[in-house]
Design a protein around this ligand. Structure first.
Ligand code: AMP
Length: 114
């Protein structure tokens, strides 16, 4: 999608610190980190939100989930604990409409979130 920020990160038109990549997914550091580890995991293809990802090609949502966990392992937070958050829709605060999971960890996280 030509106007999508995260599509431009996939095509490298916009720089990002990529920390992990598979054939169909990419993970990069959030530009405004909320914790010592804050990485965004996305499918390379454009899907607006979790509903679109859930309806995508077989195995893509699975691959996004596996990439998120691989990032947590790589970042050293898999054992201490981390949160995987997909803000979906305006009331959840989604601001970029290319589905992304936030991998957040490296500090104590409050529950429930705000
Ligand atoms: P959300 O509010 O769930 O849609 O999250 C969007 C996230 O994208 C926010 O945490 C932003 O800090 C992050 N973000 C926005 N622009 C960039 C960028 N160019 N590179 C990395 N992260 C970004």
């Amino acid at each position: 999608m030509t106007d999508c920020l995260f599509c431009k990160i996939v095509t490298k038109e916009i720089p990002a610190t990529i920390v992990y990549e598979t054939d169909r997914t990419v993970a990069f550091r959030d530009v405004n980190p909320q914790a010592p580890t804050h990485v965004l995991v996305i499918p390379k293809g454009h899907y607006e939100n979790t509903a679109a990802l859930a309806a995508a090609d077989e195995g893509l949502a699975d691959e996004v989930l596996k990439t998120a966990h691989a990032v947590a392992v790589q970042e050293g937070v898999a054992d201490t604990g981390y949160r995987l958050v997909f803000n979906t829709g305006p009331q959840a605060g989604q601001t970029v409409f290319h589905v992304h999971g936030h991998v957040v960890g490296g500090r104590d996280l409050q529950w429930p979130p705000g």
